[in-house]
Ligand binder design. Structure first.
Ligand SMILES: N[C@@H](CCC(=O)N[C@@H](CS)C(=O)NCC(=O)O)C(=O)O
Length: 219
C-alpha cells in the first residue's frame, strides 16, 4: 500500500499516528508539498478528485481519500492491536465517536479559515463565521465529552481510532492555531494529556512561517 501524505497536516497526521500505534512500517510513504500545490496536479486529482491528502492506495489499486475511511479500512486489513472494538456494538460506538471528532474539527478548521492571518490572502474572512464555527466545534465536542465515559481513552482502557483522530486533530489545533478545548471538556482534556505520553504523540515539525502566522486573531 502507499500513503500520500505530508507529515504535519492535521488529516494525514491521523493516519501517521495510527500507523505508529499499530506498529506498521511497511506502507510506502509518498510525500506531497501541499504549499506548492502538488495536490492540485492532474495526476493527483485522478487519485483523489477532492485534491486533498491523505490518500491511501491499496494493493489492489483502489484510492481512499478520506482520513476516517482510511482508518476504518486499515483497521480491517492490518495486524496489531484492535483499535475499533470487540463487538459490532463496540465498533458502532467507535465509529460514532470518530464521526463526531471529524465533525468537530471540520468546524474548527472553518473557524481557522476565518480567524487566522494564514488565510487572509486566500479567503474573505468573517469574525461572525469564526464565532459560529467555534460554537459548533464546542457543541459537537460537548457531545463527545458526554460519550467519553470514565475510561482512560474514548476506547476504554486503550486508544481506539477515534482517540487517534481526536488526539492528532486537537494537537494540531492547539499547537498551530492556539485554539483550546472548551472548558467543559475535562474528560477530553484528560484523554489528550494521557495520549500525549505515548511515543506516537511526538509532533511533526511545522514550517516556521506557518507557525508564525497561524495563531488565531481575536474574534
Ligand atoms: N475530509 C478530508 C480532508 C482532507 C484535507 O482537507 N486535507 C488537507 C491537508 S491536512 C489538504 O489536503 N489541503 C489541501 C487543499 O485543500 O488544497 C479528510 O478527512 O481526509
Amino acid at each position: 500500500m502507499k500513503l500520500y501524505q505530508f507529515s504535519w497536516g492535521i488529516y494525514p497526521r491521523r493516519i501517521l499516528v495510527y500507523l505508529q500505534e499499530k506498529g506498521v512500517t511497511d506502507i510506502e510513504m509518498m510525500t506531497l508539498d501541499v504549499v506548492a500545490g502538488d495536490q492540485r496536479q492532474p495526476d493527483f486529482l485522478k487519485k483523489n478528485p477532492a485534491g486533498t491528502v491523505p490518500v491511501l492506495e491499496t494493493d489492489d489499486g483502489h484510492f481512499i481519500g478520506q482520513s476516517c475511511s482510511i482508518l476504518l479500512y486499515l483497521e480491517e486489513c492490518l495486524p496489531g492491536p484492535d483499535m475499533s472494538g470487540a463487538t459490532a456494538a463496540d465498533r458502532a460506538r467507535t465509529r460514532d465517536q470518530l464521526l463526531l471528532v471529524n465533525d468537530a474539527y471540520n468546524f474548527a478548521g472553518i473557524c481557522t479559515f476565518h480567524a487566522s492571518p494564514l488565510f487572509v490572502q486566500r479567503r474573505e474572512q468573517s469574525s461572525e463565521v469564526a464565532r459560529a464555527m467555534r460554537f459548533e466545534y464546542a457543541r459537537v465536542l460537548g457531545s463527545l465529552e458526554a460519550m467519553a465515559g470514565d475510561g482512560d481513552y474514548l476506547g476504554g482502557d486503550r486508544p481506539s481510532i477515534a482517540d487517534v483522530a481526536f488526539f492528532a486533530s486537537e494537537q494540531f489545533m492547539r499547537t498551530l492555531y492556539k485554539l483550546r478545548l472548551p472548558e467543559q471538556c475535562a474528560r477530553l482534556e484528560a484523554i489528550y494529556s494521557r495520549f500525549q505520553q505515548r511515543p506516537s504523540a511526538t509532533p511533526a515539525a511545522f514550517p516556521e512561517w506557518i507557525v508564525d502566522m497561524a495563531p488565531l486573531r481575536d474574534f
